[in-house]
Every structure is written in structure tokens, then in C-alpha cells.
Design a protein around this ligand. Structure first.
Ligand SMILES: Cc1ncc(COP(=O)(O)O)c(C=O)c1O
Length: 394
């Protein structure tokens, strides 16, 4: 009866079941929803949503011009020229991925994504009948993107008869916070153009970069050597995931870019998924984003300091550098399997964190936790985490 695009095993895993049983007493260090951590938007931030213009439906498949102009100003604040006619609005960056997979892929075509990275990409590719393969980010280089690792994976795909249509960069990556450096992107662009695949650069954490390495690329679609799409959205840029607005900034050689935009508009026209209220309010929502983003940055840095104080450098537990994003990564002794560790942290110590395998870390043992929770709660969670890791193997 049902499509095989939806996996058979949709049942809760062991960790989710344990977390549900201990919900009342648990400190949740996986929260990624900025509206649930005591950082409310300013009282004026949402006023623009009450415009009388919301009574009208005047759809533009790419998004209304004033809304796209507001996104264009967002990019000029970041020093990048992003003409309105290279922007397409979506309901979220997840939707942006699905539209780009529709734009680029036949069923069975391949896209490459980094490992470790954000787990939702498997579901998004699967729903478009796209085959997803992973290229490794090398731990020995701090998980930075290396073009050679992408090329090796691409060669293996080709040898297996698969057709590569897109390489996804999560830039900065969630959860490692690392980015692609300019020389690596240049090599990738050259090959993308030659072999006919596109680059999709997920830049939702653009406003949360703390420690770039020299040459790190912030906005891949500032460049036009290959077909490239940069993704962003309100959910992270203005900490407003509930409003459902994301965007795609496209760039590339003229003819290829025009063909891509025309087709993307056709996909967007089939859905018209972005509501009028959020588009009408976008200039004021993006105008108010600085306050929200700066409060979140303060929160992330404060919690990062607490985490490092709990796990000082040189100890058995390593805290990876916070380069960008909303998450911290801990390297912990691989004494028991990650799954056992995270379940026992829930059941015996009352704290929920993600296991590294959830993000496709190449080996055990890593733990991934959110830096968003209220600092008091975060501190309690980290104390429980330290106790739980301390009890390892006992
Ligand atoms: C790297 C990355 N991309 C995309 C998303 C999804 O963002 P959106 O709410 O715009 O769909 C997330 C959500 O956490 C993310 O971490």
C-alpha cells in the first residue's frame, strides 16, 4: 500500500523510549528549538505579522519582491551582493533541500553529504528517491572539508555506475562547526562545472561563527564559477523557526544559472508554500535579527565556558573547539558503546545527550549536546554528564 520512500522502522529507538520514560526528571541537553530556552523574541519583533496586507493573496513563486529584497539586505550586511532575482524563498531550509533535489536529480541519482553531519539529510534525500552517499570529514584536520575526500567518494560512485548530481556542504557543519576553505572550494567548483553536478551549501548557521580558520568560506554562492546554492533561513538567522521561512541564493555561470532559476521557480510555483504574513513581515523580522542572534551567541559562549570548566583540557574527556553553530561535541573514552552510554546517562543520571553515531561520526565515542539551554539548567545537565561519564566502566 505505502511508498518505500518511507522507512519501515519508524518506531522509537531505545534512547527515545528511555527519554520518554524519564521525561519528568530529565535535563534535556539536545534542545535545538530557540523558542524553548527562555530567549523570547522582543515584544516588537513580531508586530509586522499583523499587517492589513495579509488580507491579500498575491503570490510570486520566488517570494514577494519586498521579502526577497530584505534577504538581499541580509546578504549585503554580510558583505555579499545577492540580487533579488537570484533568490527563491521556501518554508524552511529542509524544504529548500527537497526543492533542490527535485531540481537536480532523477530518482536514483546520487548526492554527496558530509560525515559527520546533520542527520535529517537521509530522510530528505529518501523522500525524493535520491541516493545519498557520504564523504568523510577527516578528524585529523579538525573535520574540515577536503576536496580530495569528496573526489575519492565521487570516483567510487562513478565506478559503481551512479550519477552524481550534487555535493552538499554544511558550512559551517553541524555539529563540528567546521567550514570549507577557499582553495578546496575552488577545486570543487572546477570539478562540479566539468562533471555537471551542483554545490549546495547549507549556511543556516552563518550568524553563529566564532572561530573561522584562515580562508574559510562563509557564503559559497558569493562565487559564480559553478552552479551553487547557499541556504539560509529565519529559524537560525532570527531564531524564529515557528514562522517557517527559508531561502536559496543561487549563483553560477549565466546560462546555467538562468536555466536553474527558471526551473526552481517552476517547482516553487507548484507549492507556493511561504505564507503572506511572514513575507510581509520579513523586512522587520530580519531587521530585528541582530538582537536575537546576539543573545543566542552570548548564551552559546557562556555555556561553552561552563562545559570547558567541567571538562578541563588534558582530561579524559575532550571538548572540541566551538568554531560555529549551536552544538558542542565531546570526545569521551570508548569504554562502552555510545548507545549504552547515552541510555545509561538518561536512566541513571537524568541527562539526555545525542550519541555521536546519530551524526555519523566515523568511530566511537562522541557525545553531541546543545549549547542553547538556560545556563542554570545547562550547568546541572553538565554536572550529571560528568558524573555519568565518571561512572563509566564502574
Ligand atoms: C545544518 C542544518 N540545516 C538545516 C536545518 C533545518 O533548518 P530549517 O528549520 O530552516 O528547516 C538545521 C536544523 O537544525 C540544521 O542544523
Amino acid at each position: 500500500m505505502f511508498s518505500s520512500r518511507i522507512p519501515d522502522s519508524r518506531t522509537a529507538n531505545r534512547l527515545t523510549r528511555a527519554a520518554a520514560r524519564h521525561r519528568e526528571s530529565l535535563v534535556d541537553l539536545t534542545v535545538s528549538n530557540p523558542t524553548a530556552v527562555g530567549l523570547p523574541p522582543s515584544p516588537t519583533a513580531l508586530e509586522g505579522l499583523a499587517s492589513p496586507a495579509n488580507a491579500l493573496h498575491e503570490p510570486d513563486p520566488r517570494g514577494t519582491l519586498p521579502a526577497r529584497r530584505a534577504v538581499s539586505r541580509y546578504y549585503s550586511d554580510h558583505g555579499v551582493e545577492a540580487a533579488e532575482d537570484r533568490l527563491v524563498l521556501t518554508a524552511s531550509s529542509s524544504e529548500a533541500y527537497s526543492w533542490l533535489f527535485k531540481l537536480l536529480c532523477e530518482p536514483g541519482d546520487s548526492v554527496l553529504v558530509p560525515a559527520p553531519s546533520y542527520p535529517l539529510l537521509d530522510a530528505l534525500a529518501g523522500l525524493e528517491s535520491v541516493d545519498l552517499a557520504r564523504y568523510p570529514l577527516p578528524p585529523e584536520d579538525g573535520w574540515a572539508v577536503q576536496a580530495d575526500a569528496i573526489f575519492e567518494t565521487a570516483d567510487r560512485l562513478r565506478a559503481a555506475g551512479r550519477r552524481l548530481k550534487a555535493v552538499v556542504l554544511v558550512n559551517p557543519n553541524n555539529p563540528t562547526g567546521t567550514s570549507i576553505a577557499e582553495p578546496e572550494l575552488e577545486r570543487l567548483e572546477e570539478r562540479a562545472l566539468r562533471e555537471g553536478f551542483a554545490l549546495v551549501s547549507d549556511e543556516v548557521f552563518l550568524d553563529y561563527r566564532f572561530a573561522d580558520r584562515p580562508g574559510d568560506v562563509r557564503i559559497a554562492a558569493a562565487r559564480d564559477r559553478a552552479l551553487v546554492f547557499s541556504l539560509g533561513g529565519l529559524s537560525k538567522a532570527a531564531a524564529l523557526p515557528q514562522l517557517k521561512l527559508g531561502w536559496i541564493l543561487a549563483n553560477g555561470p549565466d546560462a546555467l544559472l538562468a536555466a536553474a532559476l527558471e526551473r526552481l521557480e517552476w517547482v516553487a510555483d507548484a507549492f507556493l508554500s511561504v505564507g503572506a504574513p511572514v513575507q510581509n513581515a520579513l523586512p522587520s523580522l530580519l531587521g530585528g535579527r541582530h538582537r536575537a542572534a546576539s543573545e543566542i551567541r552570548g548564551r552559546l559562549l557562556e555555556n561553552d565556558r561552563r562545559l570547558r570548566a567541567a571538562f578541563p583540557a588534558g582530561g579524559a574527556v575532550g571538548v572540541l573547539p566551538l568554531r560555529a553553530g549551536w552544538t558542542a561535541v565531546l570526545r569521551v573514552p570508548a569504554v562502552v558503546p555510545e548507545e549504552e552510554l547515552v541510555v545509561s546517562l538518561v536512566e541513571r543520571h537524568g541527562v539526555l545527550v545525542h550519541p555521536g553515531y546519530f551524526f555519523d561520526f566515523p568511530r566511537e565515542a562522541f557525545l553531541v549536546l546543545s549549547l542553547l539551554p538556560h545556563p542554570g539548567l545547562f550547568e546541572t545537565g553538565v554536572e550529571r554528564l560528568r558524573d555519568g561519564i565518571g561512572a563509566l566502566g564502574r
